[in-house]
Design a protein around this ligand. Structure first.
Ligand SMILES: [Zn+2]
Ligand SMILES: [Zn+2]
Length: 239
């Protein structure tokens, strides 16, 4: 399928989404999970991939954080597939609508862009989070993934480490949008400096070879070195 790239056996990237990157992973028990879910409008692409391509039904979607470009299609996905949703406790409250989304200051161009696209992109519905992740590190899916709390982009941002495949799913804490690694966008982060500090602190001893970021192209080898060069060795990441 041209919409899907198999990164390593059993781990897929749904290409061409409008919101965040969306990844899929087969568990050891041959069940499918999603990692992040794009904008509300990305539901249609995910449905096409699942129903017409892979012919698989996901049972869990993990959100790396609550931003609309990552959780947008969760409501519709849950309705269609009956899947459960997992997120860090701190961000679960916002996904469930128990706490209001933060309002960010946008420049004029972005305001116009988002206002024009909002009827299409932002038909968001809050939904319940059944699996709440807490603590600095916690194993999920019977130990197949390690959720690492990296507060700073949002209070409950997480990265997910897939030890079996040497993959780090970094959400927005590390992006690769412009052909080089960046931290989270400072204008959309609760505390950008904290995010950079936590990336250094909590990813230094984590081993991975492949980086699957929330935005931008995956890095398919030597990813830990690239992350270390950018965030750990020379104190980069602070702007
Ligand atoms: Zn994002
Ligand atoms: Zn974000």
């Amino acid at each position: 399928m041209k919409d899907v790239l198999e990164i390593v056996p059993g781990v897929f990237w749904i290409k061409g989404t409008l919101g965040s990157n969306i990844y899929m992973r087969m568990t050891n028990g041959k069940r499918l999970i999603l990692i992040d879910a794009g904008f509300p409008s990305d539901f249609f692409k995910v449905r096409r991939v699942l129903d017409n391509g892979l012919c698989l039904k996901p049972f869990l979607a993990i959100a790396t954080h609550y931003h609309l470009d990552h959780v947008g299609s969760l409501y519709r996905l849950k309705k269609r597939y009956g899947l459960k949703i997992a997120a860090h406790t701190e961000d679960a409250r916002l996904i469930e609508g128990k706490e209001a989304f933060e309002i960010y200051r946008l420049d004029l161009l972005r305001q116009i862009y988002y206002t024009a696209l909002s009827p299409f992109l932002f038909q968001f519905k809050h939904t319940q989070v059944e699996v709440k992740i807490s603590g600095i590190e916690s194993f999920i899916l019977g130990g197949e993934l390690l959720a690492i709390h990296i507060p700073g982009h949002t209070v409950g941002s997480i990265a997910l480490l897939d030890c079996q495949n040497g993959i780090l799913f970094s959400g927005d804490s590390i992006r690769n949008e412009k052909g080089y690694l960046e931290g989270p966008p400072p204008q959309f982060s609760t505390d950008y400096r904290l995010a950079c500090e936590k990336i250094r602190e909590r990813l230094t001893n984590v081993e991975f070879d492949i980086l699957l970021p929330g935005h931008g192209e995956p890095i398919l080898d030597g990813a830990k070195n690239a992350v270390a060069d950018r965030f750990m060795r020379n104190g980069e990441g602070i702007v």
